[in-house]
Design a protein around this ligand. Sequence first.
Ligand code: CO8
Length: 261
Amino acid sequence: TKQYEYILTSKPADGVALITLNRPKALNALSSPLFAELNKALVEFDEDDSIGALVITGSDRAFAAGADIKEMRDKTYSEVFKNRFLESWSDLTKIRKPIIAAVSGYALGGGCELALMCDIIVASPTAVFGQPEINLGVIPGGGGTQRLARTIGKSRTMELVLTGRNFSAIEAESWGVVSKVVDEGEGKVVQEAVKMAGLIASKGKVAVQAGKEAVNDAYESSLTEGLKSERRLFHGLFATHDQKEGMGAFAEKRKAKFTHS
Ligand code: CO8
């Protein structure tokens, strides 16, 4: 498929798009050009009818070691403020299709935040997460303080953000940051994530995207509003062919053939 400079893209399985961050010498440090390419690829796959779910990964050594410190080093306040520095980095959260982060090695700073922006995180036992920005005289700027606090609570988030210490795949799993730690082995985490993405892609796309939207509402609204949103989305799915097909197939004891309509 299409060639980029800082990422690789492929379609490793039916319905699955894989984006591999590819700045190996800088441990996939997230530069502005890298993010521009990532955003472009995400939008392309979101619009691609043959794709049902996406996987983002890095290398065995590093998912991403953070925002590019060398790029940030000399920036001034007026510059970052005026140019909305990092604002477009959360465009990823506007993608409709589910995104799985397959994390191996370092996921630090912006790398950890990139994983947290994804819908599901699958981790290798070698994964090392952390928000070390405090050691650089700053704080997380890509949602780390907010997304971690909502997932693992105030005390743990404070400890991680204020000490800058790393946390392991096992800790991440026990706190609910990652859905699964896979067996050790090169490429295992990507295999698992692609398998999971393939399973998701085999379901009806409208229902999958409604499901993602409903779960995300849990983080954006009150319980009453979230429940209402879920019910509206649920009701809406009765207007789809896939609902007739899914329920019909169950009643007729056959496998559903979703047409994503
Ligand atoms: N930025 C730029 N270059 C980096 C980064 C980075 N974040 N991380 C690693 N590199 C470079 C190194 O400078 C080195 O380059 P060179 O070979 O030219 O000297 C190369 O990658 C290899 O790194 P090391 O030699 O340091 O490798 P080690 O195995 O010794 O150490 C570490 C690996 C522990 C990961 C170490 O590289 C490190 O501590 N990196 C920085 C981690 C960090 O502080 N990250 C947070 C950055 S701040 C941030 O992310 C703000 C978030 C903004 C929001 C983002 C929204 C999504």
